[in-house]
Design a protein around this ligand. Structure first.
Ligand code: AMP
Length: 282
C-alpha cells in the first residue's frame, strides 16, 4: 500500500485482486499508462470509476514502444506521485510490473498490425512503436481480465489501433475513449510538455490553434487540401518542425477525398527536442 492504494508488482498479485472483486460480482476497468500522471490521466481514471466498480491503473514504461533514439531512459518516472494521483481519482490498484515481469527471458512474440497502424501517420516516424504498444496492451488486457480499458483520444491513432486489435482478436473487453484534456490555452496535456523551454511552451498552443482553424475552415466549406495546407504553414510559422498534419477518416485513418464524410485532423510536430501530437474532429 502507498497513499491508500494497493500496488501489485506481479501478474499473480494483480489477478488475486481481480479474483476477489469477481467473487463479489464487481466489474473491473483498466487504465493503461506509462506513469508521470497528469490531469488527463486522472480524467481517464474518473471515467473508468464511473463505468466500473473497481479500477486498475497500470504504470509501465514499456521499452518496446520506444525506438533506440527516443526518450525511454529519460522518460519521467514519478511513481509515488502517480499512486497518490491514481488513488485520488478513484483507482483501487496500481499495477506496476518490472520489465522482466512483462518480458521474461526468451520473450519472442509480437502482435502484427495493419490497417490504422499502417496509416502513414505516427507509424511513418515511429515504425516499431505500435507493435510495442499493441503487444503490451494485449498482455495488460490478459493480465487484468478487465471488462473495459480506457484510452485517451489524445493518442488517436493508438486508440484506433487498440480498438481494432481488440475487435480482430476477439478480446473480451470494451475499449472506452476519454476526451483530450487541455491547458487553458488549448495545449493538450502530455507528460512530455515538461521538456518544453519557456519560449517553446509559449509557442506550443499554436498546434491546437492550427487544428481548430483548419476544422472551422473545412466546416465553412473550404476544400480539405487547401485548409490542411494552410494549417501546415501556420504550424511551421509558429516555429515547429512538422512531421505530419493530415485529414483522415476517424476510424480507418484512410485519407479523405473531400469534406463530405467524418474527418479527424491529426498532427505531429517538433518544438526543439520535444515532439508533440494532437488531433481534433472536424
Ligand atoms: P501515456 O501518457 O502515454 O502514459 O498515456 C496513457 C493514457 O493517457 C493514454 O490512453 C493516453 O491517450 C492518455 N492521455 C495522455 N494525455 C492525455 C490527455 N491530455 N487527455 C486525455 N488522455 C490523455
Amino acid at each position: 500500500m502507498a497513499d491508500g492504494i494497493a500496488i501489485a508488482d506481479s501478474v499473480a498479485a494483480l489477478r488475486g485482486h481481480v479474483a476477489a472483486w469477481r467473487a463479489l460480482g464487481l466489474s473491473v476497468a483498466l487504465v493503461p499508462t506509462m506513469g508521470a500522471l497528469h490531469a488527463g490521466h486522472a480524467a481517464l481514471v474518473r471515467l473508468a470509476a464511473a463505468r466500473a466498480d473497481r479500477v486498475i491503473v497500470s504504470v509501465f514504461v514499456n521499452p518496446t514502444q520506444f525506438a533506440p533514439n527516443e526518450d525511454f531512459s529519460r522518460y519521467p518516472r514519478t511513481f509515488d506521485a502517480d499512486c497518490a494521483r491514481a488513488a485520488e481519482a478513484g483507482a483501487h490498484v496500481v499495477f506496476a510490473p518490472a520489465v522482466e515481469e512483462i518480458y521474461p527471458p526468451g520473450f519472442s512474440t509480437t502482435v502484427s498490425l495493419e490497417g490504422p497502424a499502417a496509416a502513414g501517420l505516427e507509424d511513418r516516424f515511429r515504425p516499431t512503436h505500435f507493435a510495442g504498444v499493441a503487444t503490451v496492451c494485449a498482455k495488460l488486457f490478459i493480465a487484468a481480465g478487465a471488462d473495459i480499458a480506457v484510452f485517451g483520444e489524445k493518442d488517436w491513432q493508438q486508440l484506433q489501433v487498440v480498438t481494432r486489435m481488440a475487435a480482430d482478436l476477439g478480446l473480451p473487453l470494451a475499449i472506452v475513449p476519454g476526451e483530450t484534456i487541455r491547458e487553458d490555452d488549448g495545449l493538450a496535456l502530455s507528460s512530455r510538455n515538461r521538456y518544453l523551454s519557456d519560449t517553446e511552451r509559449a509557442a506550443a498552443p499554436a498546434l491546437a490553434a492550427a487544428l481548430r482553424a483548419c476544422a472551422a475552415a473545412i466546416r465553412a466549406g473550404r476544400p480539405v487540401d487547401a485548409a490542411v495546407e494552410e494549417a501546415r504553414q501556420a504550424v511551421t510559422q509558429a516555429g515547429f518542425v512538422l512531421d505530419y498534419l493530415e485529414a483522415r477518416h476517424p476510424a480507418t485513418l484512410a485519407p479523405v477525398a473531400d469534406g463530405s464524410g467524418p474527418i479527424r485532423l491529426l498532427v505531429a510536430a517538433r518544438l526543439g527536442a520535444t515532439r508533440l501530437i494532437d488531433n481534433i474532429p472536424v
